[in-house]
Write a protein that binds this ligand. Structure first.
Ligand SMILES: Nc1ncnc2c1ncn2[C@@H]1O[C@H](COP(=O)(O)OP(=O)(O)OP(=O)(O)O)[C@@H](O)[C@H]1O
Length: 339
């Protein structure tokens, strides 16, 4: 992307205003024991996850762990083999209604203008449809490119058109499948600001699949790590927005998630221990869970896992509950899953 485009994108990221804002717009989504198999291969193994209305979730995990499969299920583009995916107690309707998905490639139709690409699928009088497309393009700073062919745009601009094409439908759940994966580092950072700003204005729920942990830390309220078909880590990102990458707290959190992601050993079943909650100590921010664990040789030990108080509420843990623990680097214990 050229320097002038960078400047233009930065300006839009900072200054966009939206007339399509609908407060408290997001869909709450609940996945319960969701399974997806391909032949013998179990990709999602009774995965459970609750996403709050308007929440921004970052999904990370090693290549092939099932991130895109999860998004495809949420989008209704694929069907689960077991479990439930619900919103407000009802089956999630999938892509087309309140749910929109954006991919790594913009998938624009080369024979349609930018505005017509954005307007695809909109119903109504031509003038109204065009006005809505222009409004969405304005949100991403590309209203002045409405009548050009997509081939005239840079990669970053095409992704902004793809974002406008999703926004024009006023989604309540936006699924982002590595949408910035093909962009250069600077454009990605500018796009983060734009996506964050639009998300804050519209309050839709967002689920972002990414290989880039710093992208997840920059954007997400929570980072979910998928491993062996399940949620292996559910990390709250309690950093003020907009987030500064140079910040020590940002770097520490990024390092922590990366460590977990890269530490294959830690997620080896040999490092997983079953246990029972003995005591829970909680203050406003943090919760300490004391767990009596029994290892494979039958040895009993008391371990302590620290969660955020919010995470504790989501797990709905009680004294006496059975849990699965993952031991990291011999001195750090994470509560993997309430059993
Ligand atoms: N339609 C399909 N048929 C058979 N196997 C599939 C199908 N779709 C996905 N898989 C397999 O399911 C697993 C998870 O794939 P998925 O694309 O969800 O992973 P991912 O975490 O998004 O990977 P990446 O980060 O590399 O994009 C992979 O082993 C993949 O080969």
């Amino acid at each position: 992307m050229s320097a002038s485009n960078d400047t233009e994108l930065a300006r839009v990221a900072e200054s966009a205003t939206f007339s399509t804002t609908r407060p408290d717009n997001g869909l709450a989504v609940r996945l319960e024991a969701v399974e997806r198999r391909f032949g013998e291969r179990i990709v999602l193994d009774r995965l459970s996850l609750a996403v709050g209305a308007g929440e921004f979730i970052g999904v990370v995990g090693k290549s092939g762990c099932g991130k895109s499969t999860l998004l495809r299920l949420l989008a209704g583009l694929d069907a689960a083999d077991g479990g439930r995916i619900e919103s407000d107690g009802r089956k999630l309707a999938g892509e087309g209604g309140d749910v929109r998905i954006m991919y790594q490639d913009a998938r624009l139709l080369p024979w349609q203008s930018v505005a017509d690409n954005v307007a695809l699928g909109l119903k109504g009088r031509r003038r109204q449809v065009r006005a809505r497309a222009l409004e969405a393009l304005d949100q991403v700073g590309l209203a002045d490119r409405a009548d050009e062919w997509p081939s005239r745009l840079s990669g970053g601009q095409r992704q902004r058109v793809a974002l406008a094409r999703a926004l024009v439908h006023r989604p309540r759940l936006l699924l982002l499948d590595e949408p910035l994966g093909a962009l250069d580092a600077l454009t990605r950072i500018e796009m983060h600001r734009l996506i964050e700003r639009i998300w804050r204005e519209h309050r839709f729920t967002a689920v972002l699949v990414t290989h880039d942990v710093s992208e997840a830390v920059a954007l997400a309220d929570r980072i979910v790590l998928i491993e062996d078909g399940r949620v292996a880590l559910d990390q709250e990102v309690a950093l003020p927005r907009p987030r500064a990458r140079g910040d020590a707290a940002f770097a520490a959190l990024e390092g922590r998630v990366l460590d977990r992601l890269l530490n294959v050993q830690a997620l080896n079943p040999r490092n997983q221990i079953r246990g029972r909650v003995k005591a829970i100590r909680v203050d406003e921010v943090l919760a300490e869970i004391e767990i009596e664990a029994i290892d494979r040789s039958g040895r009993r030990d008391v371990l302590v896992s620290t969660l955020t108080a919010r995470n504790l509420r989501e797990h709905a843990l009680e004294v006496g509950a059975e849990v699965l623990l993952v031991v990291f680097k011999s001195n750090e214990v994470a509560l993997a899953t309430p059993l």
